[in-house]
Design a protein around this ligand. Structure first.
Ligand SMILES: NC(=O)c1ccc[n+]([C@@H]2O[C@H](COP(=O)([O-])OP(=O)(O)OC[C@H]3O[C@@H](n4cnc5c(N)ncnc54)[C@H](OP(=O)(O)O)[C@@H]3O)[C@@H](O)[C@H]2O)c1
Length: 264
């Protein structure tokens, strides 16, 4: 398969899970890729595979995006390579499970840096590219964005930020040709549960979760359709809608019940 396009997508968190699967979707569509995360070896294996199968070019950049200057360094690195970004997938992120009173503050702050600040910085710095190319922004939020989340209080709040930010700039960018899509998956099989140390949570324990590949493919289609908010999975969508008509205290109590640690 040979593509004549020069579209390039930057995907953060491309070393694993949903980001890795998003890279496949972009490549299949003929986008050249810039893959960014810390796991360089995993991304290089992915890049080699996608270049071979889809005849695109893929650049791997090691980036720690939970550091204060990680996002600006990544932007500078991409500009130094003379690459113009026409699709930005702000996907890197993680959660942390447990009671806020016991959690490690440095972890919460690093998570906030990655899940929120990095999204804002990359969106800001690549905006000239995106406007020039009438490009696309795909921000991985979560169903966590729709309500408070006891036992993952900071994580849920970061995703509420991503959703609100995405919808607001989508409205501002009307008429520019740039679309913004907030992808809001429910629990999905990926490296997320290990990293968040949440296998004891009733949200995921003993549940068969949808694959990262299915979630990414659906999210990619929503982005191509210019959909502003996309919740994959019918039940996730029903839950996201129902919280709008339920008293907030009740919703929070329900999430507490659904998320709480269960005995091993
Ligand atoms: N899985 C779920 O249940 C679920 C549900 C809703 C939303 N989400 C969201 O989906 C997104 C992708 O997560 P996932 O489920 O695919 O989990 P994952 O398999 O753990 O992937 C997370 C990705 O983020 C990258 N990342 C983590 N810390 C980073 C850092 N400091 N700098 C740069 N990259 C970093 C990881 O790469 P390195 O470790 O190599 O740096 C990895 O590529 C996240 O934003 C997550 O919040 C996940």
């Amino acid at each position: 398969m040979t593509h004549t396009t020069t579209k390039t997508a930057l995907i953060t968190g491309a070393s694993s899970g949903i980001g890795k699967a998003l890279a496949e979707n972009f490549a299949k569509d003929g986008y050249n890729l810039v893959l960014a995360a810390r796991g360089i070896a995993k991304m290089q294996t992915l890049a080699d595979d996608l270049q071979r199968r889809y005849k695109i070019s893929a650049t791997v950049i090691g980036a720690d995006l939970e550091t204060k200057d990680g996002a600006t360094k990544l932007h500078a690195d991409i500009k130094a390579r003379n690459i113009t970004i026409s699709a930005l997938a702000n996907n890197a992120g993680y959660g942390s499970f447990g009671e806020f009173k016991d959690s490690a503050l440095p972890t919460e702050l690093a998570m906030m840096q990655l899940n929120m600040n990095t999204v804002v910085v990359l969106t800001k710095l690549f905006m000239p590219d995106l406007i020039a190319t009438r490009g696309k922004i795909l921000n991985t939020a979560s169903t966590a964005a729709f309500q408070p989340g006891p036992y993952m209080a900071v994580y849920y709040a970061t995703k509420a930020f991503v959703l609100s930010f995405s919808e607001a700039i989508a409205a501002e960018l009307e008429g520019t040709g740039v679309t913004v899509t907030a992808l809001c998956p429910g629990p999905t099989a990926s490296g997320f549960q290990d990293k968040a140390d949440m296998h004891a949570s009733a949200l995921v324990k003993g549940k068969k979760l949808p694959s990262s590949e299915d979630v990414a493919a659906a999210g990619y289609r929503a982005m191509q359709n210019g959909q502003r908010v996309f919740v994959p999975g019918f039940m996730n969508w029903v839950m996201a809608q129902s919280v709008r008509f339920t008293p907030r205290n009740m919703v929070t109590a329900m999430v507490k019940q659904m998320s709480k640690p269960t005995a091993a």
